[in-house]
Design a binder for this molecule. Structure first.
Ligand code: DGJ
Length: 723
């Protein structure tokens, strides 16, 4: 609900459990007052009204003590009298001006406007938007701030536009999507740190100090090493208790997030596209739109913050038609054959698929090339290994009663390709000898003609083929990203806009296909990609012991159904062995599938796989619609445990994994979470019936779970016993 108190000039954005309050100040700026637990419609202006002498010029000509750097702001332009970290920097005709932004008008309406060319949170039944216009009349620049409230999931989304309403050029050098000021600095900051084959595996928590903490990616992707999710929380917050403010960007490219503490000990959170290298020129009448930032507040710890974001992603980021539907259980050809894949091999995989409870056969990399030195940019089927072509193969797979999926890497070109030979100017580079990675360059998607050419070539090659699933890969970072056509300071963001355009075109042409995105594993795991693809390949690391960390970290910001997780040999990255059961227990955390050479497995093995597929289907509704409760973080020691609980709290699934063999397993107890204290639950393994309250307070003994093999891990279903 959004309310405007006309008399006091206060905006109150309210969700089910939270309030976000700001006002139009005496100088017509937007002064932030409060974000946190829901409060009534009181006038809270007193909280912002501190006056401390500073040496900074300001608009208050009468009051010597006035200091703009003490107020909270909704937008904080550089050079405007607030000497803290600015949220926007722009200049007109080469001068960095004093950007005095003044409130002009606002509208409150049901629903929201879509953001053209970029992903955003889709409207739901209770969505409302506040749109505010501010102007800098000296320089003839207009800002529009959008606040979209998603009441039932406690999420507020923000984005903004800047428009040049004057007659000379305006250049934008910093353009954060959101600026949120907090009084005090008593916070920790949480980020998801990682690297290739260890994406988001380290949930990093640091005490905020004076100065600036930066979370950023400059790779042209959100990257394996960083993630645009960021949170600040009270130092005593844990999974279940304490205040947590979560933020994320609906964006997949370079981003910058700053948590900076001012000289007075107040905290400012900024998030948006990266300002590194940003130099965006707006000619008269042109405008620039920021990506969308989303934020949530929880006073139920990190766990509740995650669940708010999970609900928001499912309600408003993922496409409706896929979000709650059973996901394909795939057999993917990559770890089975790598590049040595062929039609025969795929048909062989398909022939065992049904025996394993698999419904979709995915042909990964290798269908248009024998190695990674060629093929990208041309995407022409290797007819020797695929004599029936993609259409023919898809038909054969369909005739077997299975679905067909295909790997693509559309944003790239190999040096050894027809496309590169004829159009070397179509790649992103600033050099005559561009830096190369995995023998490939990134195509210049800032150019519409390149986007259209890629879309046409790929559509031509796949003409007539019925494709049910696409795995959309991206296997290198951008370096020296320059364009032969596009202004240097605009390349990174325009490139991202081009990728979104290409995704949208090919999604539209490929009709009903479910897209799974990927970036050399999980290097582009973000809300931007989830807008187009309901699931993302989480990591190339499928060693289940490592995956536990990767999946745990990823789940802090993203719902489990978005994590594509495969049962594999398990040892490809590490050489480490693991039991089947353990691999299943780990892979069933997210959207489940297989990546194995099935011909190497006996019919007994296949029976086991079928059992796993069926077991997964039994709990899939919990993955798609339920709530996640993390009980033991793998980072805390030898164990990992979590529960998925249905919204009605009539069904819950506990997974417990032992990562290191210690004696603690016998003596440790586990208190379950998320159950209804007053409901009775049956442990479907042991048959024991206990109240939710008992299971959550007294708990169970871990040792009792492991009368079986400890290295298998343990999963058990609890179902409500109706009285
Ligand atoms: C990286 C992906 O993460 C892998 O799963 C596989 O698709 C390869 N690329 C193919 O080149």
């Amino acid at each position: 609900m959004i309310r405007f108190n006309q008399k006091e000039q206060i905006f109150h954005l309210q969700t089910k459990n939270t309030s976000y309050v700001f006002c139009i100040s005496d100088f017509n700026s937007l002064e932030h007052l409060y974000y946190g637990k829901k409060i009534p419609d009181d006038n809270v202006k007193h909280i912002g009204n501190r006056q401390i002498y500073g040496h900074v010029a300001h608009e208050h000509r009468e009051k010597r003590e006035f200091n703009a750097s003490v107020q909270g702001f909704e937008i904080a332009p550089f050079n405007s009298g607030d000497i803290r970290t600015p949220s926007v920097i722009y200049n007109c005709d080469g001068n960095v001006d004093c950007n005095r932004l003044r409130y002009r008008s606002h509208q409150i309406y049901k629903g929201r406007k879509q953001i053209d060319g970029m992903p955003y949170s889709r409207e739901s039944e209770d969505t409302e938007t506040l749109q505010i216009t501010l102007t800098d009349d000296d320089n003839q620049v207009e800002f529009t701030l959008f606040y979209t409230v998603f009441q039932n999931v406690d999420v507020i989304a923000r984005h903004q536009t800047i428009k040049n309403t004057g007659k000379t050029n305006v250049t934008v050098q910093k353009f954060a999507s959101a600026c949120v000021d907090f009084y005090g600095m008593d916070y920790d900051v949480i980020t998801l740190e990682g690297m290739y084959i260890y994406e988001r595996a380290m949930v990093s928590r640091n005490r905020i100090k004076r100065g600036t903490f930066k979370n950023e990616s400059l790779t042209g992707t959100t990257s394996h090493c960083k993630n645009p999710f960021i949170a600040i929380c009270s130092p005593n917050a844990d999974e279940e208790m304490g205040e947590v403010y979560g933020f994320n960007l609906v964006y997949s490219g370079n981003f910058s997030e700053e948590v900076s503490v001012s000289f007075l000990g107040d905290t400012r959170v900024l998030l948006g596209i990266s300002d590194v290298g940003l130099y965006w020129t707006l000619k008269p009448n042109e405008s620039l739109c920021s990506p969308e930032a989303v934020m949530t507040y929880s006073n139920g710890g990190i766990g509740q913050m995650s669940r708010n974001f999970h609900d928001h992603v499912r309600q408003s980021i993922i496409e409706k038609e896929f979000v709650y539907s059973a996901r394909p259980i795939v057999i993917n050809s990559w770890e089975a054959s790598y590049f040595a894949v062929s039609e025969d091999k795929v048909l062989e995989l398909a022939s065992s698929a049904k025996d394993c409870g698999i419904d979709t056969v995915v042909l990964d990399d290798g269908w248009f090339r024998p190695h990674d030195k060629q093929g990208l940019g041309d995407w022409r089927t290797d007819k020797e290994r695929f004599p029936s072509g993609i259409k023919g193969l898809a038909d054969k797979i369909h005739a077997m009663g299975l679905k067909f999926g295909l790997w693509l890497e559309p944003e790239m070109v190999n040096e050894n390709s027809e496309l590169y030979k004829t159009h070397p100017e179509y790649v992103l580079t600033t050099s005559k000898t561009p830096l190369i990675s995995r023998h490939q360059y990134i195509l210049d998607l800032t150019r519409d003609e390149v986007v259209n050419l890629i879309a046409d070539r790929i559509s031509q090659e796949l003409e007539g083929a019925e494709i049910d699933y696409i795995k959309w890969d991206f296997n290198r970072y951008a370096t020296e990203a320059g364009s032969f056509k596009t202004a240097q300071g605009e390349v990174y963001h325009r490139q991202m806009l081009g990728s979104y355009k290409l995704l949208a075109i090919l999604k539209q042409r490929l009709g009903k296909a479910l897209f799974e995105t990927c970036c050399g594993g999980g290097g582009r795991f973000d809300l931007g990609m989830l807008y187009y693809s309901p699931q993302i390949w989480t990591s190339d690391n499928t060693d289940p012991y490592a995956r536990v960390f990767i999946q745990n970290g990823t789940s802090v910001a993203y719902p489990v159904s978005t994590l594509s997780c495969h049962f594999t040999r398990g040892d490809c990255t590490s050489g480490r062995e693991s039991t089947y059961e353990f691999r299943y227990n780990v892979a069933s955390f997210g959207s489940y599938g297989y990546e194995l050479d099935l011909s190497e497995y006996s019919s007994e093995d296949k029976k086991m796989f079928k059992g796993y597929s069926e077991k997964y289907r039994e709990i899939e509704d919990l993955n798609l619609k339920g709530d996640l409760y993390r009980i033991i973080s793998p980072e805390s020691g030898s164990f990992c445990a979590y529960m998925k609980v249905s919204k009605q709290k009539d069904k819950a699934y506990l997974t417990f994994l032992e990562l290191n063999a210690t004696g603690f397993v016998e003596s440790t107890t586990l208190r379950l979470k998320g159950l209804d204290p007053d409901k009775q639950y049956k442990n479907e393994e042991s048959g024991v019936v206990l109240y939710g309250s008992t299971l959550m307070n007294v708990g169970i003994r871990i040792g009792d779970l492991f009368r079986k093999k400890r290295s298998d891990g343990y999963s058990v279903l609890f179902t409500e016993v109706k009285k």
